[in-house]
Design a protein. Structure first.
Length: 266
């Protein structure tokens, strides 16, 4: 509907997540809608013109601002990004700041503006104290929010502002403290993906078998997924399953299967 110019269904969907404090679903739907608006922006423009202070419309706009910056930069390594791309990237991230702030002010209980802020912190090279402040705001609202944890994991990985050790420690602690049925039980798997694939784009299923030996004992504890509701579809990276299941972690991957659904790993 949104791609066709009708913002009504998106408005109703996000209003329901806000009224019901469905923060996990909201943290998934907002990036999906922003990706749609990246290529079909007319519906969001119309929504904002109709209701410029709608907390849901402003939230999608905040996510879109960050997505537009990354669209310019691309996911390439720094040495493959031009100076003009970097200048445009940082300029767009600067423009996103007041929109993210407005989204947070319009719906103070919502952790999703802080999910966006954490992603923004990674790209903008925010210092650690800024990241820590955003993280404190996010966890004060939803201490087990998957989207906020996933965004924080990227900031903490070695290719950005942390280290492999810090990333794995963060993922394991989140999984250990996760509620029954939480997608956070899959976070160590995402850390392993970051370690093997995101950190080295040339890594394949064939080379991962050997390389994964270092982190595999940390990411494959002998646990059974706890009882509880199934995770929200579209939230964790099923596309990484083929190579993961060829590695020595396969038994653990099978135990985590309820948490491996459909979205890409950022």
């Amino acid at each position: 509907a949104a791609a066709g110019g009708d913002h009504g269904p998106a408005r109703d969907l996000l209003a329901a997540t806000r009224r019901g404090a469905q923060w996990e679903r909201r943290g998934i739907f907002v990036p999906q809608l922003a990706r749609n608006a990246l290529h079909h922006h007319g519906w969001l423009d119309a929504w904002l013109a109709e209701a410029p202070e709608d907390p849901d419309a402003v939230l999608v706009k905040a996510e879109l601002c960050v997505a537009q910056a990354w669209e310019i930069r691309t996911g390439s390594r720094a040495q493959d990004v031009s100076r003009d791309q970097f200048q445009a990237f940082f300029a767009l991230l600067d423009d996103a700041v007041p929109v993210i702030s407005a989204a947070a002010e319009l719906n103070p209980a919502d952790p999703v503006p802080w999910q966006i802020a954490l992603t923004h912190a990674t790209g903008s090279q925010a210092p650690r104290e800024v990241f820590a402040a955003y993280w404190a705001e996010a966890t004060a609202r939803a201490p087990h929010h998957y989207g906020c944890h996933r965004a924080a994991l990227q900031y903490l990985c070695e290719k950005w502002h942390g280290s492999h050790e810090e990333m794995f420690d963060f993922a394991e602690q989140a999984a250990a403290e996760a509620l029954p049925g939480s997608q956070l039980h899959a976070l160590p798997l995402l850390a392993a993906v970051e370690y093997e694939v995101a950190a080295d784009p040339t890594t394949t299923a064939a080379t991962a078998d050997t390389a994964l030996g270092a982190p595999r004992n940390r990411t494959a504890p002998a646990v059974t997924p706890p009882p509880g509701p199934r995770p929200v579809p579209g939230s964790t990276p099923r596309r990484n399953g083929p190579w993961c299941c060829r590695t020595p972690t396969r038994p653990a991957i099978r135990r985590r299967r309820p948490y491996a659904t459909t979205s890409r790993w950022h």
